[in-house]
Design a protein around this ligand. Sequence first.
Ligand code: F6P
Length: 365
Amino acid sequence: MTSKGVRIAVNTGGGDAPGLNAVIEAVTKAAYKRNWEVFGVKNSYAGLLNTDELVRLTPEFVSHISNVGGTILGTTNRGNPFKMPVHNVVGDVEIRDVSDKILENFKRLRFDCLVAIGGDGSLEIAYNLYKKGMPVIGVPKTIDNDLRSTIITFGFDTAVSIATEAIDRLHSTAKSHERVMVVEVMGRHAGWIALNSGISGAADVILIPEIPFHIDRICDHIMACELHGQHYAIVVVAEGAVPAGGRIIHKGVGETGRQDVVLGGIADFLAKEIAKQTGKDTRSIVLGHLQRGGAPTTFDRLVALRFGAAAVRMIEEKQFGAMVALVPPEVKAVPLAEVIGLIKNVPIDCDSVKTAREIGISFGD
Ligand code: F6P
């Protein structure tokens, strides 16, 4: 690879997160500054299988998209090229490894590097492609903030801000009706969104996957609030929270081609139990994809722009098979091998958990 004539492919994979467009903008602008070219791959890895829809990205094309939610390239959490559902000749769905085709197209199009913007699933695919010879740079995104080796992923701050605003709003209606409101937030198997929004939004109870909960202790806490003259309560529950000795609540396995289960339903389950045990009027709310929609916060936008520019710097330095990571005050390269396979959970003795306990929030433990 000579520095002149470098051709970068960029894709966005997995669930969208506010800030994806900011990375695309920064990658494109930083590459053009070096007289390089950038091409957008549509719909995660699908655009490297069917290459008809490659988008030539120019500084004009991406001008000020950093404040726009979603991704201009489209995304999916179903297109793993190593386990692709394909219809065989008799019309049945078969799982096949089509990664060779991806590599073949990548070479045919004379790309020098793939900038893969994604969460654990998409980055694992990127790493596997790297092991097969594709030069890749990973950029960590996810509202869940569950990726290791970076203190934060972009999208998380926006999700926490949206959840906090929702919790703030629920206080007044909960108070007016003297109700318990159970708010389910995203985060998969990590409790970061619930913890941060719950503390910021002055929840009474926060339930996270890292701390299994007991329903009777949640109810005891709600009744203690009652005794102190607070006739309403806010319970923030992470979608992946689990009752002690119980199981995660989910909506079943994902759609065809998706590896993970679709989480959800814990708020409804809890609301029923809390109403039964406390006799209080109780409602459940699922914030769902609202947490991923709309413009990124300034913080996320800035992190995403820094990640995009750092990714191009890493291409220049030929640091392939690595991911950009925020390790304050720097954005650094960390090996993808260190990141994938394991998630970053909330340490149960971290400062935020201590803070929550010290200001009177219960974890139901
Ligand atoms: O990983 C991001 C995330 O929003 C999770 O918090 C959530 O469980 C999942 O994606 C939802 O996936 P989908 O968009 O496929 O419903």
